[in-house]
Design a protein around this ligand. Structure first.
Ligand SMILES: Cc1cc2nc3c(=O)[nH]c(=O)nc-3n(C[C@H](O)[C@H](O)[C@H](O)COP(=O)(O)O)c2cc1C
Length: 188
């Protein structure tokens, strides 16, 4: 049985480098993984009142159901002001509630950050990891993936231009597939 992976992209931009990266990663994933981008741009800002009143936003319910149907989660995120973009944090918060019904708990995960800058989104990557500890998402440790200078990384068709980078990304996805395999038992 293949494992279903939710791919969450932390940018809503049409020409997003992170979305390009997500597509490359999906194309490089081993056959044991089936990856699907789950969109987050339509999620209303989280407001606990709606859950408490039994009136959650339909888009929240749809998002929670989609993640619940997955066996793993791959976050592909830009860095905004040395943290994750608000849209991504909102999606994480939406998935984490109602209390006790988080869709994230026990789901094996991985984080890759992508930036045109030199630091490769290190700050965002580790801020996200801080949330993942609390959310009980076992996150792949190695290889770490802080992808810098991403502005020049893709050709006009969205393919990776450097073979060395492509190989690294393939290795990353292979490691993630193994990680999902060995952590599957803990998915609550
Ligand atoms: C509000 C905002 C804050 C940003 N802060 C950072 C930052 O802290 N570090 C960084 O490397 N790039 C930062 N950037 C630049 C982004 O890395 C760049 O816009 C990148 O292309 C966003 O990812 P995307 O192409 O997937 O949309 C910021 C961009 C915006 C719009």
């Amino acid at each position: 049985m293949t494992k279903k992976i939710a791919v969450i992209v932390g940018s809503l931009r049409k020409e997003s480098l992170n979305r390009k990266m997500a597509k490359v990663l999906m194309s490089l994933a081993p056959a044991s993984l089936t990856c699907e981008i789950i969109e987050i741009g339509n999620l209303p800002l989280y407001n606990q009142d709606l859950d408490d009143q039994g009136n959650p936003a339909p888009a929240w319910l749809d998002f929670r159901a989609k993640v619940n149907a997955c066996d793993g989660v791959l976050f592909v995120t830009p860095e905004y002001n040395r943290s994750v973009p608000g849209v991504l944090k909102n999606a994480i918060d939406v998935g984490s509630r109602p209390y006790g019904k988080s869709v994230w708990s026990g789901l094996p995960g991985a984080v890759i950050s992508v930036s045109p800058g030199a630091i490769g989104g290190f700050g965002a990557n580790h801020h996200l990891r801080q949330s993942l500890v609390f959310l009980n998402v076992p996150a792949l440790q190695q290889p770490e993936a802080y992808i810098g200078f991403a502005g020049d990384m893709f050709d006009a068709n969205g393919a990776i231009t450097k073979e060395e980078t492509r190989k690294f990304l393939q290795k990353f996805m292979e490691s993630f597939a193994e990680w999902v395999e060995i952590n599957t038992h803990s998915h609550a």
